[in-house]
Design a protein. Structure first.
Length: 274
């Protein structure tokens, strides 16, 4: 049985399996955190180019987060030592920034989560490095379409399974694989909370969506099969068949009539080409 909890602005929240329902003040806080996340990702458009290292990307993300009055939620999270995730080519998610140099034809996902005044703004986008092959561009396009199709299903009275079913149907129509091992999640004052947002599901199943719910939708779509392999670092997930993978992520809140995207780009730079 699904349990919901209406929370007030100053109430201590616990990761206890309940789905939190938030009020107007929380929506405003999430708008601010989400906007900062979007502004950081907007700045990546000019930074991502051949010759740049993923470590340099991480440095800029960290500085912009601090300059925005926030801290990177990933820095120190379960021992993670960086301010963002940089997932390149066949890396599905949680790629670790370092000395890796971006090359012409690469695709990269950059995932940021500024923690601003106690609230998490979680978002990621794909970036094309130089001249990217058509099949990779198509994967990126379809992955963004999956995100927005899923968001379109996020409204009061719908079920979480409706989101995953719509994403799965669109990806598989293009013969792409939908990753099952990772999912979207509730967030707010907690980085990861209930509910889990599965990206391959059956319509009409799962918790009912209610006004005040905050969660991410973040489909990970593979050019090949959906299989995942974990690297020895304990963080990096790659495609088992070494095919390319893409991901987009928005943080949203369920309203009385639909949903609000907290992490939309102020400049309209939500997807490539930028």
């Amino acid at each position: 049985m699904t349990h919901y909890q209406t929370v007030t602005d100053n109430e201590t929240v616990l990761r206890d399996g309940t789905i939190k329902l938030h009020g107007p003040a929380a929506f405003e806080s999430m708008r601010k955190a989400g906007r900062l996340a979007a502004e950081i990702l907007d700045a990546m458009v000019d930074l991502v180019k051949p010759g740049v290292t993923t470590g340099e990307i991480d440095d800029v993300v960290r500085q912009m987060t601090l300059d925005g009055g926030a801290v990177p939620a990933t820095l120190g999270y379960r021992g993670y030592a960086h301010s963002c995730c940089t997932s390149l080519n066949n890396v599905i998610c949680h790629g670790i920034p370092g000395d890796k140099v971006l090359r012409d034809g690469d695709i990269i996902n950059i995932d940021v989560t500024p923690l601003l005044d106690g609230w998490h703004g979680d978002s990621s986008r794909m970036y094309l490095v130089g001249d990217v092959p058509l099949k990779a561009r198509r994967l990126v396009d379809v992955t963004y379409e999956c995100l927005m199709i899923g968001i379109d299903k996020a409204k009061p009275g719908a079920r979480l399974g409706d989101i995953g079913a719509a994403i799965q149907a669109h990806a598989e129509k293009h013969r792409f694989g939908v990753v099952r091992e990772f999912c979207g999640h509730g967030l707010g004052r907690l980085f990861h909370d209930a509910p889990e947002v599965i990206h391959a599901a059956r319509a009409g199943t799962g918790p009912e969506l209610k006004p005040g719910m905050f969660f991410t939708i973040e489909p990970m779509i593979n050019l090949g099969k959906p299989g995942v392999r974990m690297m020895d670092d304990g963080w990096t997930a790659v495609t088992r068949d070494r095919s390319l993978s893409a991901q987009f992520e928005h943080s949203i809140g369920i309203t009385e009539t639909g949903c609000e995207i907290f992490t939309a780009s102020p400049k309209g730079l939500d997807k490539p080409p930028y």
